[in-house]
Write a protein that binds this ligand. Structure first.
Ligand code: ARG
Ligand code: ZN
Length: 849
């Protein structure tokens, strides 16, 4: 029985479990509709816990038998688990349950994907496998015996023994149940090997379905690079004899860091030049690193409770972004991360779903695997590092690993390590974990008698449950430039702690031009009205790549604002200033490609909303189109030369250098298409020998309405490749004109290969619809209705993916009354669905509140 009654869990109510688990023995006899799971668990009373009744989590389990110290018992079964009378001392708990993995479409617990068995236990999926204290602070060693005819049978830790129809694994590292994993199927492996710095050889494998073997080489290299990087940069070595990765087609999220047995959404590990874009390669490299890095930040040191999720996720995202910066371009990575933060985390933090990096309550923890916990959580660590400096950061991390290895830790533990290692008081800094919302930072300047003064004011608008906000600690990286373009004050980190605070620089005879918030040194909204001349000056001269990019972004935002609200024409002075950067062959092509990207529609909605203007999606779309057309026309002579310059003649490699060139060339192609109706794009499509070139050409053809031939050719070429067909589905909805988006998405859902129970395919269509801003927000409500229809349908099968997708409605109150009414009606229709899951109930309740 599934429990849907909403029950709120609070951080303040944390109590340790009354028992410790010495060890766990599981025997799993696989069968699609009747898998039997036997457990043998030694419980020992926990001296540090208050007295409590013995309760084990368990959901949708069919209990066959239970025994204590060999005697059968009859526990009381509830929708959440079981209660039982137990001896006062240590005892042996045994149980046997039956489950049906073939019927599990929620993709949580033990389920089947294309004939293979696999698991997803984070956050609370282990309770769907057997009765257990399914909480991260209960850690135990696991011995697992898997019985079944499948050729390959894997679990955590090291393989210990196997025979005809069975295999046994033992994980010597005590772990919480959310890190448990089991995989069984007729899989093939791509093998590898890594020698750790202390000389231990580790066997590596990427396990895939037959036919996918040729898409593993890149992931394997990324894994080895991650292992090496974690040794060199964090001093962390791998701690088992074997490390397995498995690719699974049906997966709710990106990947999962189960001890020694990482399970990946196949889209996040399989790669080949023909089937994957440069962006795919970069993402795969980052996710492999992320999951691998969890071995220390997540597994060896885990979370005491789920409120501490950012302890492992914020830190691990921060670590994987450092890794990508080291492997590729740090500047390009930083700009990309900020684009992503503003597109996903800022709207979350400024709407009804806003929550602190460490939330204080939840109903369904899966709803808190958010951009705030992950990406803002990583920003907070970046700020901490900026404040204490690289050396002290390294000292604090060493202390963290030394002090907390083997622990289920808290944010308090984490901050204490920094306080002890650096002597700093982090009481105020801790607000970053408890206070939600995005701070707004404004600044005024003054120059007199050779002294230049910057005065900052910070203010955080109220968020749900938090009407009063206290000042945050803000590291503000500032540099000062002379009017001639020379840097007179190199990057300096100002530490702002007050609501209003001034910082002075002396010895400056002429008034400098400030470059503020370099590298986006704090996740805030910077409000600063400056003359366009000053921004163009920074665009031309700033030594900080991020702020150079930001200066242009500011000008683009201002230009689009004037076009949207005043019907102004494009800002040609900005376009000309931008041209100087874009054509500068000394600059990294990847950086130049980012310079060409315009603010996302979501970013423009935020800007308009912040200035008290109700965003009109059609007007935003029209202005963006007009601006792109103007850029294309103004640069008509430059574009062919840029494409020629960015052409890659060497054999394909997904490295930073080549992919940067392709990014620039394809950004230019999109502009060219506006002039030639798709001629250049068709030529590129016909000549393409890798997915990056093929897909961007197809995207241009769709935008130009000239896709018919290419779309059919693409389908004929790739119809048997699920991951490539996901792109085909997604692109048609994402790149089509807004007036066709909902119709096109609707038509795609009618196709036999719209396998909506597969989260990748569902997201390809529905996620892309939500991304087609003006299309999703079509005035007649057709976009809203189509999505709501499908969310209602999917919730019966897969609450987690449905709930995640509900967040596309999070900005609903920003729009005009007509659109608001339409969205509200759809949210209420979802809310009224009988039997709605706990996941979606919580989401729509928060959205409507
Ligand atoms: N810990 C995983 C990662 O970020 C995410 C798994 C979350 N899964 C879930 N169902 N909430 O690497
Ligand atoms: Zn993670």
């Amino acid at each position: 029985m599934k429990d849907a009654s909403p029950q709120t869990i609070y951080l303040k109510d944390y109590t340790p479990f009354g028992w410790q688990v010495a060890d766990v023995h599981l025997t799993v006899a696989l069968a699609p509709n009747a898998t039997r799971v036997k457990s043998r668990i030694h419980f020992v009373p926990n001296p540090n816990a208050p007295e409590q009744e013995f309760f084990l989590h368990g959901e949708e389990l069919n209990l066959i038998r239970a025994a204590i110290d060999g005697e059968e018992v009859a526990p009381e079964i509830t929708p959440q688990g079981l209660r039982c009378k137990v001896p006062s001392g240590p005892f042996l708990w045994e149980s046997e349950v039956e489950i049906a993995p073939a019927e599990n479409f929620a993709l949580e617990g033990l389920y089947m994907s294309n004939g293979m068995y696999c698991t997803q236990c984070e956050a609370e999926g282990f309770r769907k496998i057997t009765y257990y204290p399914d909480r991260p602070d209960v850690m135990a060693t696991f011995t697992v015996r898997i019985e079944g005819d499948e050729k390959v049978k894997l679990s955590n830790g090291n393989p210990t023994d196997s025979g005809e129809g069975w295999a046994e694994w033992h994980d010597p590292w005590p772990k919480p149940a959310y890190l448990f994993a089991l995989v069984a199927g007729d899989l093939v492996n791509h093998p590898g090997e890594f020698t750790t710095r202390s000389g231990k050889t580790v066997e590596l494998n990427i396990w895939v379905r037959p036919g996918d073997e040729d898409k593993c080489a890149f992931g394997m290299e990324a894994l080895k690079a991650s292992m090496k990087w974690d040794e060199e940069v964090y001093g962390r070595e791998y701690d088992l004899d074997i490390f397995n990765i498995v690719a699974v087609d049906d997966f709710n999220m990106g990947a999962m860091e189960n001890k020694g047995l990482n399970i990946f959404n196949s889209s996040c590990v399989l790669a080949s030049p023909e089937t994957s874009t440069d962006a795919n390669f970069e993402r795969i490299e980052a996710i492999i690193a992320h999951e691998y890095f969890h071995n220390w930040t997540g597994n060896r040191i885990t979370c005491r409770d789920w409120f501490q999720l950012c302890l492992k996720e914020g830190l691990t995202v921060f670590r994987d972004s450092q890794f990508t910066s080291d492997m590729r371009s740090a500047e390009v990575k930083r700009i990309s991360d900020v684009i992503d933060l503003r597109a996903r985390q800022f709207p979350e933090d400024q709407g009804p779903l806003s929550h602190p990096v460490r939330p204080e309550s939840f109903q369904e923890i899966n709803n808190f695997y958010t951009a705030t916990v992950y990406e803002k959580g990583a920003e907070v660590i970046g700020m901490l590092k900026r404040l204490v400096g690289d050396e002290d950061y390294a000292k604090a991390l060493d202390l963290y690993f030394e002090r907390h290895d083997g622990d289920a830790a808290t944010i308090e533990d984490w901050l204490k390590v920094f306080e002890d290692a650096t002597g700093r008081d982090l009481a105020q800094f801790k607000r970053w974990y408890s206070q939600s919302g995005t701070p707004h930072l404004s600044v005024t300047e003054d120059h007199a008698d050779g002294v230049y003064t910057l005065t900052f004011k910070q203010h955080t608008p109220p968020t749900p449950g938090q009407s009063e906000k206290a000042p945050q600690v803000l590291p503000i990286a500032v540099g000062l430039l002379n009017p001639n373009g020379d840097e007179v004050v190199p990057t300096t980190v100002l530490e702002m702690t007050e609501a209003e605070q001034s910082f002075s620089f002396d010895g400056l005879s002429s008034k400098p031009v400030p470059s503020i918030l370099r590298g986006f040194s704090a996740p805030v909204v910077l409000e600063r009205e400056t003359a366009p001349e000053e921004k163009r000056f920074l665009l031309a001269h700033d030594t900080d790549a991020f702020n150079r990019w930001e200066a242009s972004r500011d000008l683009a935002r201002a230009c689009l604002y004037a076009m949207i609200t005043e019907g102004a024409g494009p800002d040609t002075a900005w376009i000309d200033a931008l041209e100087q950067v874009v054509r500068d062959a000394d600059l990294d092509p990847a950086f130049r490609a980012l310079m060409l990207s315009l603010p996302t529609q979501s970013e423009l909605v935020q800007m308009l909303h912040a200035r008290g203007v109700t965003p009109d999606p059609d007007a935003i779309y029209a202005a963006t189109e007009a601006l792109k057309n103007a850029m294309a026309e103004r640069w008509s002579a430059l574009l062919p030369a840029l494409r020629e310059e960015s052409a890659v003649t060497a054999a394909y490699s997904p490295d930073a250098e080549q992919s940067g060139k392709r990014a620039l060339g394809n950004a230019v192609l999109a502009l060219q298409t506006r002039l030639d109706g798709g001629k250049a794009a068709q030529a590129q499509y016909d000549a393409a020998d890798n997915m990056t070139m093929q897909l961007s050409a197809l995207s241009c053809l769709i935008s130009a309405g000239a896709e018919e031939t290419a779309l059919a050719a693409f389908e004929a070429q790739w119809k048997d490749d699920r991951l490539v067909m996901d792109k085909w589905f997604a692109l048609q909805v994402a790149a089509t004109a807004p007036e066709n988006a909902a119709t096109r998405a609707g038509a795609l859902t009618e196709r036999a290969d719209f396998d909506w129970k597969n989260p990748n395919r569902f997201r390809a269509v529905m996620g892309s619809l939500a991304m087609n801003h003006a299309g999703f927000h079509a005035k007649d409500g057709s976009g809203y209705k189509l999505l709501a229809d499908w969310l209602i349908r999917l919730d019966e099968k897969n609450p987690q993916t449905t709930a995640r997708m509900c967040s596309v409605f999070q900005t609903w109150k920003r729009y005009d009354t007509q659109r608001q009414a339409l969205m509200q009606a759809e949210l209420e229709r979802i809310a009224a669905k009988p039997g709605l899951s706990r996941d979606v109930t919580e989401m729509v309740t928060r959205l409507l509140s």
